[in-house]
Design a protein around this ligand. Sequence first.
Ligand SMILES: *Cc1c(COP(=O)(O)O)cnc(C)c1O
Length: 427
Amino acid sequence: MFSDKEKYHRFDKKVFLATPKMHGEELLYIKEAFEKNWITTAGDNVNELEKYAAEYTGCKYAVGLSNGTAALHLAIKLAAQKLYKGQKPGASLEGKRVFCTDMTFDATVNPIVYEGGEPVFIDTEYDTWNMDPLALEKAFDIYPDVRLVVLANLYGTPAKLDEIKEICDKHRALLVEDAAESLGASFKGKMTGSFGDINVISFNGNKIITGSAGGMLLTDSIEDADKTRKLSTQAREAAPWYQHEELGYNYRISNIIAGIVRGQFKHLDEHIQLKKDIYERYKEGFKELPVKMNPFDEKKAVPNYWLSCLIIDKEAMCKQVRGDKEALYIPEEKKSCPTEILETLAAYNAEGRPIWKPMHLQPIYRNNAFVNRKGYARAMSNAYIDEGLVSDVGMDIFDRGLCLPSDINMSPEDQAIIIEIVKSCFN
Ligand SMILES: *Cc1c(COP(=O)(O)O)cnc(C)c1O
């Protein structure tokens, strides 16, 4: 592959995975906040953003928070308080297991641990790269007393939300939907971020729209919305002084950040279209390669195409070994691997990323249970998988998949070169 390297130039300007795209209205809302001196955590931008986000997602209430992780923390805390009354403040999940998406950003999972809970990781399915409903069902066989499920929609692709919801209902479990990556994506005509009992979105810098930071909790319950407002502003009681009956947090969104998001929201659909164009150009460009794009159910789901990813066919993988912090591979004709492709992209000044390394493979969660369709599923090495002894879909997608540069500021011309660079890895 390195002999091909001279064929193209290194990009003068780095091609990123995903960066913000600003439009100008954002500044107007910030300016308005300055003029009215509403700089802090109250003001028109917060109110209007909350109204708009609720309308857009089809949830009755939206509460603006400092980021998606804070929103997940409060979502999980509220769910836990409903389920397990009488637990200590700050440890509302003490001694309780929680089922959660395995192949995701660790922000999906960490808030379970903030509350003293024990994540049990549910394996991934190949159809959408999300939580496998059959593995979830199996997990309820093994741990019938679990009452909380935390599910993420990976890379903007909705999970099998109908099946997941049905399983949760059957087992009287609450669902927290982490739609941080999937704002604007829908499933059977309903927006993601509205399927859970409590839902979360994020406006982090590389999400489909951004406020530089920021997040939201979405719910149909006015009690949950009010509770979220209270907990996120230090849990003050109605009293002339600072009176406290429960543990509070400083998680409210600022009116400045809300102004940026308010301006961005108007361009969400436009961003989705640009992301879709990127996905389709890759799909077309890789037609002849032994790879597939990250899949979704065309009949039921409309993704927001946040990140375009590919997965290399098994037969076309060259040998690749990943340790805890390093990776090695052996180049081979007509074959490639994520490490080779990512290194090649980087050599041209373009940014890809490995698939989220599954949580059950993370040292911090090494002792947590991991469940697939057959039951417990901790593989000791890829060799077990190759021999069919253990199935670990997340490990397999991590092994063969990668995220491509998906920046909406990337020009189609630059993307065409990215496509050629990826192709050259298979020469
Ligand atoms: C980005 C992200 C979050 C966290 O959002 P922040 O606003 O960065 O705290 C949570 N879950 C998933 C799946 C994410 O991608």
